[in-house]
Design a protein around this ligand. Structure first.
Ligand code: CUA
Length: 192
């Protein structure tokens, strides 16, 4: 069977395209440094968040020197904290966000960063980031969650260390002694 010259050319171009597509997908998956939000955050009872030791009092917890954990509850149509009061963290810190929803599926996207998580009732999304510079970031909900979805937004303020105080923490005792953060589950285990 003889294959026409042009047909060979098009077959070659098609194969090249397929290789190119696979290449872009592979790059997006492993080359771009994108870390997917997985199930490591675990689950919570979406109907009993008030009883949860951290989601019951959502906010910023210090867990080590320059290490913070921020618990955020998303609900129609606000982030707590984030919307009525901004999330405040000091610059030069590593921050792990734990985000969950008390009602329907929301989104948690921090504009200008690669933080982007779907927030599912009963499921905790964990995202860890390092904030180096002082600046404000906008948070938006990017999953349609109801009539006022488009108004659901918040703010993260990365402030200088000097402007960050124990008043910004849900566990101010941890702040008093930087070398011995007391409210960290791991630290408690070490103490025992
Ligand atoms: Cu919450 Cu859209």
């Amino acid at each position: 069977m003889e294959i026409h010259r042009f047909e060979k050319l098009w077959v070659a171009l098609s194969l090249l395209l397929i290789v190119g597509f696979i290449g872009t997908v592979t790059y997006g998956a492993v080359g771009a440094g994108v870390k997917m939000v997985d199930e490591s955050g675990g689950t919570v009872d979406a109907n009993a968040l008030n009883d949860h030791p951290r989601f019951g009092e959502p906010g910023t917890y210090q867990t080590g020197e320059n290490e913070y954990e921020v618990y955020v509850v998303a609900r129609q149509f606000l982030f707590e904290p984030g919307t009525n009061e901004p999330i405040r963290v000091p610059a030069g810190s590593t921050v792990t966000f734990h985000i969950t929803s008390s009602d329907v599926i929301h989104g948690f996207e921090v504009a200008g960063t690669n933080i982007n998580a779907m927030v599912i009732p009963g499921q905790v999304a964990d995202v860890t980031v390092r904030f180096e510079e002082t600046r404000n970031y906008g948070i938006i909900c990017h999953e349609y969650c109801g009539a006022a979805h488009h108004t659901m937004e918040g703010q993260i303020q990365v402030v200088p260390q000097s402007e960050f105080s124990s008043a910004d923490l849900q566990n101010p005792d941890a702040f008093a002694d930087q070398n011995d953060p007391v409210d960290d589950a791991d630290a408690e285990e070490e103490d025992n």
